[in-house]
Design a binder for this molecule. Structure first.
Ligand SMILES: [Zn+2]
Ligand SMILES: [Zn+2]
Ligand SMILES: [Zn+2]
Length: 464
């Protein structure tokens, strides 16, 4: 094998993210002839003033079928650790110029034309263009790749790295660092309560910034890494993540019981969380608040999207609780009930009103809610008790990035999301239930959770 023929996926990337003398992000400045700017290059189109031609490993391990480099460690190391030590080792292992510009017809296109082309491309597109062939990399130089390391190009770097997701089963893309990190519990990653330290990889920014996550209940959340793991496993194969069934949980939090269920439908992770709690008739306003709101953070005990303060969600729960029939508490009431043949039956079916009975959809994110009153068995006393149940179905997006519209909308990070326009006629709840029962669920009327388009701030007492 001639020097340079071993270059491919891994080594090209390793090279791409090696700090260059002219790079803004370099830790130790080094004098270099390659510090030419785009303007200078276009002003004097000579090959010599371009940055050094690509340098490749001689000893790369190549897949005979795909021609891809199997040495993912080298690739990832360079992505994760942007350090000088690695840089020196890398240089000592590499050989000289391995790419001949004359080899490629593209080299006949003058540099100013390439510079003009680059002006029309986003940093992601320019980096992808440089990645297509060695000839193009030589012509465009390493600058499109180095540009990705600039902080303002963070999103473009993520976009570029995502194109490699299907080649890296042992790594997970970290959105804080915009790097792939090695999965330390490969295949045995487990979703744990929010208070448990549960790192999936070693991240240098783990203690500086919060990882993207979505709240399920007050003490449970779903880190985005788990959405990545289950959607990757579905997209590329089991080695890339964990099965979606491994996210399913049943747990208790104070007086509430929760049950979560997950499914990947049309490439998107969907979640259903059913929460229930025994409820007595005739609760006072403060008892209702104690029942619905967690003392930890004054958020609802059940699963709710980021817009729960804005709409009617809490108002509807209070409405549902008010429908629990009360036994007669005075002699006069007892006589009246007897006269009208009204018998108090603690197990009678309670019908909710026009307002709190229908399914509701949050207009600002793909979440649907159903409030019910149920008779549930109280195990210790073997008796039936009334309970309020709140079920939320939501679409958590395709799991590629936390910038996906569904994920961002559920977390209240997307200003403009019209769930009625985006979801259309098919209900999230209907698709989810049909996925499990394998039967067609007839469509039902879904009302707007926030018909008055209210916005309640944290200080506004109306949400409580
Ligand atoms: Zn990281
Ligand atoms: Zn009602
Ligand atoms: Zn919402």
């Amino acid at each position: 094998m001639a020097p340079g023929e071993g270059s491919s996926f891994g080594t090209r990337l390793a090279k791409a993210f090696r700090p260059k003398a002219s790079s803004k992000l370099q830790k130790r400045p080094r004098p270099s002839a390659s510090a030419s700017t785009l303007a200078e290059a276009s002003g004097s189109p000579q090959y010599e003033i371009r940055s050094p031609s690509p340098i490749y490993h001689k000893e790369a391990v190549i897949d005979s079928q795909l021609g891809e480099n199997l040495d993912h460690t080298a690739l990832l190391h360079s992505l994760v650790y942007d350090d000088e030590v690695y840089d020196e080792q890398q240089l000592s292992r590499t050989t000289g110029i391995a790419c001949h510009p004359e080899d490629h017809t593209l080299s006949k296109i003058p540099l100013p034309i390439w510079d003009a082309v680059l002006e029309y491309l986003t940093p992601f597109e320019a980096a992808s263009l440089a990645f297509t062939t060695k000839g193009l990399l030589w012509r465009l130089s390493l600058r499109p790749w180095q540009a990705l390391n600039h902080p303002e190009n963070h999103q473009y770097k993520i976009q570029f790295l995502l194109t490699m997701d299907g080649y890296l089963p042992n790594h997970l893309l970290c959105f804080l660092c915009a790097s792939y990190h090695y999965r330390i519990h490969h295949g045995s990653e487990t979703l744990k309560p929010a208070a448990t330290h549960n790192p999936l990889y070693k991240c240098p920014k783990a203690f500086d910034l919060p990882f993207p996550r979505t709240r399920i209940t007050p003490r449970r959340n779903l880190p985005f890494s788990f959405v990545q793991l289950v959607t990757r496993a579905k997209r590329y194969g089991p080695a890339y993540g964990i099965p979606v069934e491994s996210l399913v949980r049943r747990w208790k939090e104070d007086h509430w019981t929760h049950q979560s269920q997950f499914a990947i439908i049309n490439g998107h992770l969907h979640m259903r969380v059913s929460s229930s709690c025994y409820a007595e008739p005739g609760l006072t306003q403060s008892e209702v608040r104690l029942l619905l709101f967690s003392r930890d953070d004054y958020s609802p005990y059940f699963s709710a999207c980021a817009h729960w303060r804005d709409g009617m969600l809490m108002e509807l729960c209070k409405c549902a609780l008010s429908h629990i029939p009360k036994p007669a508490d005075s002699m006069g009431q007892k006589v009246k009930d007897k006269l009208h043949q009204r018998h108090y039956d603690p197990r009678s079916i309670v019908t909710l009103c026009e307002s709190c009975r229908p399914m509701r959809r949050c207009p600002d994110c793909p979440s649907e809610y159903l409030i019910e009153l149920k008779n549930m068995e109280d195990r210790p006393t073997n008796s039936f008790k009334r309970a309020i149940s709140v079920t939320r179905w939501c679409d958590l997006g395709d799991g590629l990035t936390p910038m996906s519209p569904e994920w961002a909308a559920c977390n209240g990070e997307l200003g403009e999301y019209d769930s009625f326009g985006a979801i259309g006629g098919r209900a999230i709840s209907g698709m989810f239930e049909a996925h499990f029962t394998k039967e067609h669920i007839p469509g039902q009327r879904i009302l707007n959770l926030n018909p008055r388009a209210e916005r309640h701030s944290h200080d506004d007492p109306n949400w409580y």
